[in-house]
Design a protein around this ligand. Sequence first.
Ligand code: PLP
Length: 418
Amino acid sequence: MAIEETKYVYLDNNATTQVAPEAIETIHEYLEKQFWNPSSMYEPALALARELGDARATVARLLGAQFADEIVFTSCATESNNAAIFGALRAAIKANPKRRRVVTTVVEHPAVIEVCRRLEKDGYPVDWIGVDEKGAIDIAAFVQALRPGETAVVSVMHANNETGVVFPIEKLSRIVKQTDPKIVFHCDATQSVGKLPIDLSLDPTRSAASVPGAFGAVDMLSFSGHKIHAPKGVGVLYARRATAFEPWQLGGHQERGRRAGTENVPYIMGLAKALEMEIGDLTETGERMARLRDKLQSALEARVPYLVVNGKNSPRTPNTLNVAIYGAEGEAVLMLMSERGVCISSGSACTSGSLEPSHVLSAMKVPEGALQGNFRFSLSRYTTEDEIDRAIDAFVESVELARRASSKWDNDKGKPIA
Ligand code: PLP
C-alpha cells in the first residue's frame, strides 16, 4: 500500500521512504506503553533494556555481525559517518601519531565529504579518489593512496545516492587489509542496506574472487532508518569489537559508552522491524524493483530524445535511475513533474534547490550541456507498475513542455542548441 498513492507517484526513495505500516505499529506500541528510560533500575525499565538488547541482536544478525554490541544506535547516517571517521582517526593517532591520513572518494555523500574537508582544514592529509565516466572507482589511484603505517581511515560508500552505482567494497576492503590490517575501513552503506547483500561475517581476504556482500573486512558501517522504511531520527553505526574508535558524542554511558544520550527506543524498535522486512525479502523485492526500474529506463530512452542514463553500464542498486537530458532546465522539468503529481529529484536532495551542478555527475564527466538537467528516480518496495506508467507519461510530457520554453532548445530543428 503506497501512502496517498492516487495523489502522488513517489519516486524519491533515495531521499527518504514511507514508514512501513508494520514499523509504525511497533513504534506506536513502544511510544504509548513503554516510555521508560532503558538505563533505569526498576523492573519495567530493565525489561525495556532487554528488549532494546533483542533489537540490537536482530540488527547484528541481519548484517552478519558477530556480536550484538558491535551495533551502536545513532540518530542518522550523518551522525554515524561523523562518529566513525573522526572517532577512528582520533584513536589511530593516539596509538601512532604518524597514522593520520584519510582516503575517500570524490563522489561520497556530503556527510563524508564535509567531514574530510574539515579534517583537511585541520591539517590532516586526505587522499581523494576519482571515478571514470561510468562512475567506477579508480582502483589504481586507490591502491597508490594507501600508505602502510600512515593511512588511518579509508571511507568508501557502497552505493551512490545519486546514480545508484555500486563500488566493489569486497575488493577494496581486501586490498586495504592486505596493505595494512591496521587501517580502519569504513563504509557508508546508507543506500545499499536492504537493497544489496551485506554479510559482515563473510571474509573477502580468504578468497581471491569478489563475493558480492562479503563485508568481513569492513570495520565500520553506517546507515539510516529513514531510507529503509523506518522513521527519520534513528541510524546505525556498526563498529567491529577489535576496531578502536574514540566516542564522538560524550555524556552518559549509553551504548556502552560509545554514543552518549538516552536511546530512542521506539524508533530503534521500528528500525529493527523495518530492517527485518527489507532483508527478509531482499532478493524478491530487488528483482521486482529492478524490473520496474528497467521498464522506466527503456521507456525514457525510447521516448525522450537527447537523454542519457548515467551509470547505465555499471553495477547499480535495483531501485535507482539517473538520467540527464540536453536542451532544458532541470528545475522547469521538476516543477512540471510536481504539477503532474510525480515526485522525483534533481541530483541529490541535499543539492536540489541550489544551482550547483552535482559533484557526482561532474566527477563522471557528464557533459556541461546535460549537467543542469539531471533527474533521479528512486523506487521502493511499494512502487507499483501503474505508478511507473504514470511517471513515464508525465516525464515525456514535462520534458517536451520545458524544452519548448527553453532557450537551450531549437524548436524548429527539434534538437538542443549546441
Ligand atoms: N549517506 C548517504 C549515501 C546518503 O544517501 C545519505 C542521505 O541521503 C546520508 C549519508 C545521510 O543520511 P541522513 O540524512 O539520514 O543522515
